[in-house]
Design a protein around this ligand. Structure first.
Ligand code: AKG
Length: 347
């Protein structure tokens, strides 16, 4: 028997039925042993190497610093427009666009368990919204509670005041009428590359809050009781985009590393703008499934690529159908008109 075969046979069985039942009740579930310890070690090595390099060249994005928290709390009435991780004084290192940063990372977003969970919650059609790392370190503070789907408009009763869709902020404190909730619009698959514990900043969550009609208060300490989502390295914590949660405070000397593969419905704008931020070599090598997740497929008629589907257009290297003009010679004769590409113009 090869080493690979024995790995398959000795891999623990993943109880997705239990995971789905936990999710329905609590808005989250923890699934152990999704990655083997050797897979965890390989992915963690790549993440830490990348994080060190980004820091060394001055590209590290850091949040969770006490001064940044103060800024969030001052602005929590929905006015916060700045990207907190661009304000100095952060502690927890964030890395976005993990799809650009190694094959072992790319493979996680199409992992069958991640896709099954996302489909279970979002339905047959969904997109990858972002794939990012959060390395929580000692000195970081509790993250304000939030919903990842903060951008989702709140339902309102006819005649009631509402927040306009373009005026939403991450910490807008509005609420749907009593008993009304938004269906899940997004979900997060968090890959634990270290153990997540109470002490090292395991994600703080409010079980059942995916069924609440209101949004959380951004105050720290949190105004409602929370628990830590805990598990061994190689586990996944999966949660609804409406679940109230935030990064915990790491009180240990070792970093807590989580990779956040965030998926959303096909009608929503993605967190990461893959069209401008993705390395062309990644598009080039991507499977059809990955391209679909990035937004290179048409859903009903959203995400069109003109006459070709956007995935076909990318594969065929067809940039676009240009502005076309009637050929002058043809239009003077009685023959059917022919057209040629013209220069882009305002007329
Ligand atoms: O890293 C975590 O524990 C959660 C991160 C989070 O909530 C976020 O990035 O919005």
């Amino acid at each position: 028997m090869s080493a690979q075969q024995s790995d398959v046979i000795t891999r623990p069985v993943i109880d997705l039925a239990k995971a789905k039942a936990d999710y329905a009740r609590d808005g989250y579930c923890v699934i152990p042993d999704v990655l083997s310890q050797s897979e965890v070690a390989e992915v963690r090595r790549r993440v830490l190497e990348q994080a060190e390099a980004e820091k060394a060249v001055g590209w590290a994005r850091e949040d969770g610093g006490p001064s940044q928290l103060k800024k969030v709390m001052e602005d929590q009435a929905g006015a916060l427009r700045e990207n907190v991780s661009e304000i100095k004084g952060g502690v927890n290192q964030r890395m976005n666009f993990l799809l650009n940063k190694g094959r072992v990372l790319r493979d996680l977003v199409t992992h069958p368990i991640a896709l099954e969970l996302a489909e279970h919650v979002l339905g047959a059609n969904f997109l990858l919204s972002s794939f990012a790392a959060n390395i929580a370190k000692k000195g970081g503070v509790l993250e304000p509670l939030h919903r990842d789907a903060w951008w989702c408009p709140m339902p309102a009763r006819k005649g009631d005041a509402y927040v306009k869709v373009g005026d939403r902020g991450r910490y807008t404190l509005d609420a749907a009428p009593q008993g009304v909730i938004m269906p899940p619009c997004s979900c997060n698959v968090v890959w634990m590359l270290t153990d997540f514990t109470e002490e090292n900043g395991g994600t703080r969550i409010v079980p059942g809050s995916h069924l609440r009609s209101d949004n959380p208060d951004a105050s720290v300490p949190h105004k409602v009781p929370t628990i830590a989502a805990t598990g061994k390295a190689g586990s996944v914590v999966f949660f609804d985009g409406s679940l109230w949660h935030g990064t915990g405070q790491n009180l240990t000397d070792e970093p807590r590393i989580g990779l956040l593969a965030y998926y959303c419905g096909p009608q929503f704008r993605q967190n990461e703008n893959f069209f401008v931020g993705l390395d062309p070599a990644v598009f080039e090598a991507a499977s059809d499934r990955l391209l679909d997740l990035l937004g290179f497929s048409t859903w009903i008629y959203l995400g069109q690529g003109d006459a070709l589907s956007s995935r076909k257009r990318l594969r065929a290297r067809e940039p676009w159908i240009p502005e076309m003009r009637r050929n002058v010679r043809d239009s003077a004769s009685s023959r059917s008109p022919t057209f040629a590409a013209g220069n882009a113009s305002d007329s």
